[in-house]
Write a protein that binds this ligand. Structure first.
Ligand code: NAD
Length: 343
């Protein structure tokens, strides 16, 4: 048996997930949830999806009666994750939601509670937790292969507009521009991309940050970035004394990771995008054959669900909540100019 998955939201990332599921050993794309009838028809034909497994955002709750769907994967704008995770839980379906888990710490807590109350499991789409290069980075850091890690640098940014054109007015209510709309995105590149820098710092050290400082970067396009930041830098302090210096932006391209330890270093560039990744340690090159991350992620999660096993902490709802607490503290630090402690 395979887990029968319904993808909720059929945007750009859902397409990558669908291709991963198509070749997966432990799951099958059985259903879709979309607000666009034309997309429903297209996906129905492409993935051979039965009409009875196609929902829209209004009739979605009827999925409770559909025994042919075991799991819902929410791939909607961040601000809609909470609603659809809770609706999936109420329908008795296991649920995966994309990163960032939600817009606020409170929302994450409500999502975790709803899944626990309805006895379904919740996972966050942290694809890098299954990628060999990243598993090696985690091992090098947590097993102290080069001694204690003292300092990390990590940045992820994409140039999302023409920096010379500062006059075009962007309609932040345009559905395609939901990342610029605070209600739908929860914030700017920190929510979308910077979360990967937080993640890699946390899994390299195997520790949780205890305090952060942060600074917003230059706003080159005030029309585009009227609600969300264009760039932000932040610093994290960890209990061992290690620190991390990170940056994320929608105004320039950057994708790197560097960790220095007592007896060496390890680094990746590119580090956090879809790969392939390339890097080195103070001793050798770091390069692993690329994998289809979405397939591996879905296989690992669905295999455990089929065996009725608990999903591991590093991809569970609690992990999403931890990142959200850090993100929350970073915004507070940037807003106030003060160092913010994380309890
Ligand atoms: P997208 O804009 O391509 O897709 C969003 C989908 O949501 C669209 O199909 C859109 O029609 C639908 N939608 C429903 N209600 C909407 C509304 N009110 N406003 C706007 N769109 C609405 O976005 P995406 O890049 O696919 O991102 C979706 C989620 O996936 C986000 O949470 C994002 O952070 C996450 N994501 C994760 C990765 C990853 O590598 N894990 C990569 C990309 C995106």
């Amino acid at each position: 048996k395979k887990m029968n998955v319904a993808l909720c939201g059929l945007g750009i990332y859902a397409k990558l997930l669908a291709e991963g599921i198509r070749v997966s050993e432990y799951c099958h794309l059985a259903g879709i949830v979309t607000g666009t009838p034309a997309k429903a028809a297209e996906w129905k034909a492409k993935y051979n999806i039965p009409e009875k497994n196609i929902y829209n955002y209004e009739n979605f709750d009827e999925i409770i009666n559909n025994k042919d769907i075991d799991l819902v994967y929410v791939v909607l704008p961040n601000g809609l994750h909470k609603e659809f995770v809770i609706r999936s839980a109420k329908a008795g379906k296991h649920v995966i939601t994309e990163k960032p888990m939600a817009n606020t710490v409170k929302d994450c807590e409500e999502m975790i509670k709803a899944c626990a109350d309805h006895k379904v499991q919740l996972a966050i789409g942290y694809r890098l937790h299954y990628e060999p290069t990243h598993l090696e980075i985690k091992r090098l850091g947590q097993e102290k292969v080069f001694g204690k890690v003292r300092y990390i640098e990590s940045s992820l940014g994409y140039k999302t507009y023409d920096t010379l054109d500062t006059t075009t007015i962007v309609d932040i209510n345009d559905r395609n521009e939901w990342r610029l709309n605070k209600k739908l995105s929860g914030g700017g590149p920190l929510m979308d991309l910077g979360i990967y820098c937080i993640q890699i710092s946390r899994y390299t050290l195997g520790e949780e940050p205890i305090a952060v400082t942060a600074q917003y970067g230059t706003v080159n396009n005030k029309n585009r970035f009227s609600e969300t930041e264009e760039s932000i830098s932040w610093q994290m302090e960890f209990p061992s004394g290690a620190t991390a210096n990170c940056n994320t932006s929608c105004g320039y391209n950057i994708d790197r990771f560097y960790a220095t330890a007592d007896e060496g270093f390890f680094e990746l560039s590119p580090a956090l995008s879809y790969g392939p990744y390339e890097g080195r340690t103070s001793q050798k090159q770091l390069k692993f054959p690329p994998i289809l991350q979405q397939k591996t992620q879905m296989d690992e999660i669905c295999k455990l669900l089929l065996e009725n096993k608990k999903l591991p902490n590093h991809i569970a709802g609690e992990e999403g909540l931890k990142d959200m607490k850090v993100i929350n503290a970073i915004y507070k630090a940037a807003d106030t100019g003060k160092k913010i402690s994380i309890s």
